[in-house]
Design a binder for this molecule. Structure first.
Ligand SMILES: *Cc1c(COP(=O)(O)O)cnc(C)c1O
Length: 414
């Protein structure tokens, strides 16, 4: 006999929200009236404290402190200080292994370059064919500068064993797939890579702030990730870079700027790398961008990461359940251990449907050719929001309103 439990009603959702210790955290975010925001996986929401914090940094540290603030306001050590906080709260990284700096693309260039040089005599940089394109572009540009190096593409991480060999220098993987939301087993895959004598580089853009991880325990070599998605650091927020301490002494990254120099203010003509993680810095840190990310970390540190993960899975389960009978194909794995914090639904007219949802104030996004993406951010989304979003999708599909011409236009950003 099978038991059938009816899908939760909106009232059920409201009741569960009321009992959720994370629910009050949404008051820390400034979301516009009438908007249901399911795109925190592309650009996180604005923490309420950020504008005030930025105004203070601008007026007091920049305006009044001027150049003195590099020392007096702690600007100089901000990349490492924020890196340590992020590492401790969300990445499972002991202090001194994470810096916040540059963009994910630039940081990827640095760690992949360091990794290739740590494996002299090996030329293959293995990556996934359907990785986020910037990862492939960077791998391409970098290997072009390394004699003997070349990208080797696999269809998925499941194929790794077929290509890992004595020529594999480094493997670059996304922990959570930006299209499907599929999550890999970081520790197990890293171990397979290590067994081949290669180094593991993880892209954590859809991981950091989406689910807690343990980089040290998983024996990861290098990692990079985004500050403006789940971390809510604001548009163009600086990214982060993790390098395991065991590699620090030998690692040489290719963007050898003065902030990574051993004696920066000696102004020596020759480059000598700084000790530790500092050698992964390049140029002057974006102080205002770091300040915005810092005020977002203040909010993050109010939340228990395990509770965030549990709620994220509950929200994405709920959305999958409430949309199960619609004419869309879920491509996100059902199993919790294989799912990040987004749900992707396939529909040939996905772009128009997302535009029709946005017109109703339900903001998701679209990835060509046919994926509608919905991100679940437990700090500011409730079960009632998810219920309302699923209802909106149901109505948009049932009414056919997405067929209107106005939803056919594509912006520069989808
Ligand atoms: C968002 C994203 C990036 C973005 O890189 P930027 O340098 O910040 O533009 C890279 N990789 C993945 C997997 C992403 O999702």
């Amino acid at each position: 006999m099978t038991t059938h439990t009816a899908a939760p009603t909106r009232e059920d959702c409201v009741a569960r929200d009321a009992a959720d210790p994370l629910h009050p955290l949404r008051e820390h975010f400034d979301l516009p009236e009438g908007v249901l925001y399911l795109d925190g996986n592309s650009l996180g929401a604005l923490p309420r404290r950020t504008p005030g914090h930025l105004a203070k940094v601008v007026a007091e540290e920049w305006g009044a402190g001027l150049i003195r603030s590099w020392n007096d306001a702690g600007w100089f050590h901000q990349p490492g200080r924020l890196g340590d906080r992020l590492g401790a709260h969300l990445l499972g990284a002991a202090a001194g292994q994470v810096v916040v700096c540059d963009s994910t693309s630039v940081n990827l260039f640095k760690v992949l370059g360091a990794a290739l040089r740590l494996r002299p005599g090996r030329g293959a940089l293995v990556a996934e064919r359907h990785a986020f394109p910037t990862d492939l572009y960077i791998a391409d540009g970098l290997t072009g500068l390394h004699p003997g190096a070349r990208p080797v593409l696999v269809d998925s991480a499941a194929q790794l064993d077929a290509v890992l060999d004595a020529d594999t220098a480094v493997v670059l993987l996304s922990h959570v797939d930006y299209r499907t939301g599929e999550l890999l087993d970081m520790a197990a895959v890293t171990e397979r890579i290590h067994r081949a004598g290669a180094l593991a580089v993880w892209d954590l853009c859809h991981t950091a702030g989406a689910l807690p991880i343990q980089l040290d325990a998983a024996d990861v070599d290098f990692a990079v990730g985004c500050g403006y998605k789940y971390l809510n650091g604001g548009p163009g927020a600086p990214a982060f870079l993790y390098a395991a301490e065991r590699h620090h002494a030998a690692a040489r990254q290719p963007l050898t700027g003065w902030f990574g120099h051993a004696r920066q203010f000696d102004f020596e003509p020759g480059y000598r790398p700084a000790e530790g993680i500092t050698r992964f810095l390049t140029g002057t840190p974006p102080v205002l961008g770091l300040a915005a990310l810092e005020s977002s970390l203040d909010v993050w540190e109010l939340a228990d990461p395990a509770a965030v993960r549990a709620k994220s899975l509950e929200l994405s389960d709920l959305f999958l359940e409430l949309t199960a009978d619609l004419d869309v194909e879920p491509v996100t794995p059902r199993q919790h251990e294989r799912r990040g914090s987004q749900v992707a639904l396939r529909h040939p007219e996905g772009h128009r449907i997302v535009q029709a949802l946005i017109a109703r104030g339900v903001i998701g996004d679209f990835r060509a050719p046919d994926l509608m993406r919905f991100g679940f951010t437990p700090l500011y989304l409730s079960r009632a929001d998810v219920h309302d979003a699923a209802t909106a999708l149901r109505e948009v599909l049932a009414s056919g309103e997405w067929r209107q011409d106005r939803f056919a236009r594509r912006g520069d950003v989808t």
